[in-house]
Design a protein around this ligand. Structure first.
Ligand SMILES: C[S@@+](CC[C@H](N)C(=O)[O-])C[C@H]1O[C@@H](n2cnc3c(N)ncnc32)[C@H](O)[C@@H]1O
Length: 278
């Protein structure tokens, strides 16, 4: 099914040095995702509470440019974990992403290993993690492969480990815009994976997920920044903002996203957590 891999391939093309400017536009708005998720729970307690002999081994699945650990650090994680050491393995099929994530990490994180693979393809001898997380990370994993990807993530955890996936629901901007864009511009590739599909995959992998839903808006007054954000949302920079505003389902969707000071996009995001049975 070649169609089913092209969203993932497009994602990889954009997670590269050539996509840096677009990535920066994206995070002008998407930084709020990381503020919200870090504020949503006591991640230091998750790390301390699941450490083994004073050390928490973490698998960061689809690490991207490291926005999640960077926001944890900005919010005082080093102090909050006390003397717990946090050793992180960075997993991403993009070498660019791994290098970006590595460059932002500081205390309490030390990089233990890098895995330049898709989560579905992680070698079976990599495992034993105390914590595994994937934050706004799994949209481009095809729905037909999300089960295999999550099964691999869960299998990489030790008994009693903690897991978290932060993922937008189908009511969220990321999913609504991507679907409208596919309908309007006939973009090929699999649809983005939804939070509901992630939850089902976790249940199929034998864990009991708990879910907290976050609701917030993101926006920016500068149209050029909004254009870069929207293009990055769908890994397609071929359609300018004016054309998106004029056409079909995307035009209709965008007309409902206007705020006082430019566009506002509503995010509805599940923080999905679990513990591996001991
Ligand atoms: C939005 S970023 C994740 C953000 C990141 N969690 C952070 O804290 O900044 C999405 C990442 O998913 C990666 N990716 C795409 N397909 C993947 C797959 N099948 N398995 C693992 N990572 C994948 C991309 O290369 C990209 O780096």
């Amino acid at each position: 099914m070649p169609q089913q891999v092209s969203t993932e391939q497009r994602s990889l093309v954009h997670w590269a040095e050539d996509g840096r400017a677009e990535m920066e536009s994206f995070y002008a708005l998407a930084t709020e995702d990381y503020r919200q998720m870090v504020a949503a729970r006591d991640w230091a307690a998750d790390l301390r509470g699941h450490a083994t002999d004073g050390r928490a081994r973490v698998l960061d699945v689809a690490c991207g440019s490291g926005k999640f650990p960077a926001e944890l650090m900005r919010r005082g994680l080093a102090e909050a974990v006390g003397d717990t050491r946090v050793e992180i393995d960075l997993l991403d099929p993009s070498a660019f992403s791994i290098a970006e994530a590595r460059s932002v990490l500081g205390p309490p994180f030390t990089v233990h290993a890098e895995h330049e693979v898709r989560i579905q393809d992680l070698a079976s001898d990599v495992g034993g993690f105390d914590v595994a997380w994937a934050t706004h990370a799994l949209y481009a994993v095809p729905p037909s492969e999300i089960g295999a990807g999550i099964a691999r993530m869960v299998a990489a955890q030790r008994p009693g480990a903690f897991g978290a996936i932060v993922h937008a629901t189908s009511a969220s901007h990321y999913l609504r815009f991507a679907e409208a864009f596919r309908t309007t511009f006939g973009a090929d590739g699999a649809p983005f994976t939804t939070a509901a599909q992630v939850r089902h995959a976790l249940t199929d992998a034998g864990v009991m997920p708990e879910v907290t839903t976050l609701r917030y808006d993101v926006g920016h007054p500068d149209r050029a920044v909004v254009e870069g954000f929207l293009q990055r949302c769908v890994f397609d920079d071929s359609v300018p903002l004016e054309r998106m505003e004029d056409e079909g389902a995307v035009g209709a969707y965008l007309s409902g996203c206007t705020g006082e000071d430019g566009y506002r996009f509503s995010q509805v995001v599940d923080v999905i957590t679990w513990e591996i049975p001991a």
